[in-house]
Unconditional design. Structure first.
Length: 118
């Protein structure tokens, strides 16, 4: 099992940057596929980005391609989401999730709020 804690959210003006962290305890993160999701007020939770176990493949939703970057630090057992050129529509609670390859995302963090002002 793994426990996930997100951090790094905050308030930023449009065009700014934030780096979200997803720190894990328990199992090493690199045995899991890791995903970042977000949920804006009144909307469903959406996929943002993912990195597979072993960090050989990444994926992004179209609206964040070229602006967001997912990466891992195995030594710190942490996954990052670097968010650049932020837009007001990126405002949401951001969650990280972990799942064994081929399985669903079974482990979720508590979320971190990102607010982008125009």
């Amino acid at each position: 099992q793994v426990q996930l804690v997100e951090s790094g959210g905050g308030f930023v003006q449009a065009g700014g940057s934030l780096r979200l962290s997803c720190a894990a305890s328990g199992d090493p993160l690199d045995i899991y596929d890791i995903g970042w999701f977000r949920q804006a007020p009144g909307k469903e939770r959406d996929f943002v980005s993912a990195i597979n176990s072993g960090a050989t493949s990444t994926s992004y939703r179209d609206s964040v391609k070229g602006r967001f970057s997912i990466s891992t630090d195995s030594a710190k057992n942490t996954v990052y989401l670097q968010m650049n050129s932020l837009k007001p529509e990126d405002t949401a609670i951001y969650y990280c999730a972990a799942g064994l390859p081929g399985s669903s995302y079974d482990y979720w963090g508590q979320g971190t709020q990102v607010t982008v002002s125009s």
